[in-house]
Design a protein around this ligand. Structure first.
Ligand SMILES: Nc1ncnc2c1ncn2[C@@H]1O[C@H](COP(=O)(O)OP(=O)(O)OP(=O)(O)O)[C@@H](O)[C@H]1O
Length: 234
C-alpha cells in the first residue's frame, strides 16, 4: 500500500443509535505518514469511538475513512481485519495482554498472526525471538522479566510490554488509547519519550488519545473532540 497519509477522514458522522445526535461529526481529519497526532477531549466525547472507526472495528453511517489510501469503510470485515493486523499496532487502555502467556510470547503475537509484519521484521535478519527482545529492551523492560507471566508485572511494566507488542514488525500506524491513564507522572513522561522516539525510529505514524492536555508537546498535531457535537440526528 502506498499513500502519503496514514489515514484520511472526510465528512464523517457516527451515532450509536438511530435518530440520536451524532456521537462523532468530523468534516475532515487526516494524518501524513510518519507524523504523530494527539486526539483529546473530555470523557464521553467519542475518543475511543473514533479509534474504533480508524481501526475498522466500527463503520460510520456517513462519510469516508481511508487507511493508507485504502477506502476502509467499504471493505468486507475480513479485509478490514487483515489490514488491521498487517498495518496497525494497537496499545489498549487496559493493555489487553494475555495473562497466561509470558512477556515474550505476548510481544510475539502480532508477527505470528501477520505474515506482512513478519516480513517487516525479517528486514532486520534476526530471529523472531530476538526481534521481541529488541523491542522489550527499547521499551526498557528488564531482561529478567522476559520469561515471566504477564500477571506478575506491575502496571507500568505491562504498559511497556503492550507498546513493544504494538511496535514489533514495524507497522505503519500505531494507535494508542489512553495508555498512560494508570501511571504516575514520572512514568508518564518516561513512557511518552520512549514511545515517541521508537515510533519515529521506524517511521510509524502515531495516533494517541488522551484527556491529559499536558501530553500535547509530544505530538506534531492535535485534534479536539467536543463533548456535545452539533451534528444532526442520524
Ligand atoms: N457500545 C456502546 N453502545 C452505546 N453507546 C456507546 C457505546 N460505547 C460508547 N458509547 C457512547 O458514546 C459516547 C462516546 O464514548 P467513548 O467511549 O467513545 O468516549 P471517550 O471520549 O473515549 O470516553 P472516556 O474518556 O471516558 O474513555 C458516550 O456517550 C458513550 O456513552
Amino acid at each position: 500500500m502506498t499513500s502519503a497519509y496514514a489515514f484520511e477522514l472526510c465528512d464523517l458522522a457516527f451515532s450509536w443509535q438511530k435518530n440520536t445526535p451524532a456521537t462523532l461529526d468530523i468534516p475532515s481529519l487526516s494524518l501524513p505518514l510518519g507524523k504523530s497526532l494527539f486526539i483529546h477531549g473530555a470523557s464521553g466525547s467519542g475518543k475511543s469511538t473514533l479509534l474504533n472507526i480508524l481501526s475498522g472495528v466500527l463503520v460510520a453511517q456517513r462519510g469516508e475513512v481511508k487507511l493508507l489510501g485504502q477506502p476502509f469503510s467499504s471493505l468486507s470485515n475480513r479485509k478490514r481485519d487483515r489490514i488491521r493486523s498487517d498495518h496497525l499496532g494497537y496499545i489498549f487502555q487496559q493493555f489487553n495482554l494475555l495473562p497466561y502467556l509470558s512477556v515474550l510470547e505476548n510481544v510475539l503475537l502480532p508477527i505470528k498472526i501477520s505474515a506482512l509484519r513478519r516480513r517487516g521484521h525479517s528486514r532486520h535478519s534476526i530471529a523472531l525471538i530476538d526481534e521481541a527482545k529488541h523491542w522489550l529492551t527499547q521499551l526498557k523492560v528488564p531482561e529478567n522479566l522476559f520469561q515471566e507471566k504477564i500477571s506478575r508485572l506491575s502496571v507500568g511494566q505491562q504498559q511497556r510490554v503492550a507498546a513493544a507488542r504494538a511496535l514489533i514488525g514495524s507497522p505503519e500506524i500505531i494507535i494508542a488509547d489512553e495508555p498512560t491513564s494508570s501511571l504516575d507522572q514520572k512514568n508518564v513522561d518516561n513512557f511518552m519519550a520512549v514511545l515517541v522516539d521508537q515510533c519515529s525510529s521506524i517511521g510509524s505514524s502515531l495516533v494517541f488519545v488522551s484527556h491529559d492536555l499536558n501530553l500535547l508537546p509530544y505530538f506534531d498535531t492535535s485534534f479536539a473532540l467536543q463533548t456535545s457535537p452539533a451534528g444532526s440526528d442520524l
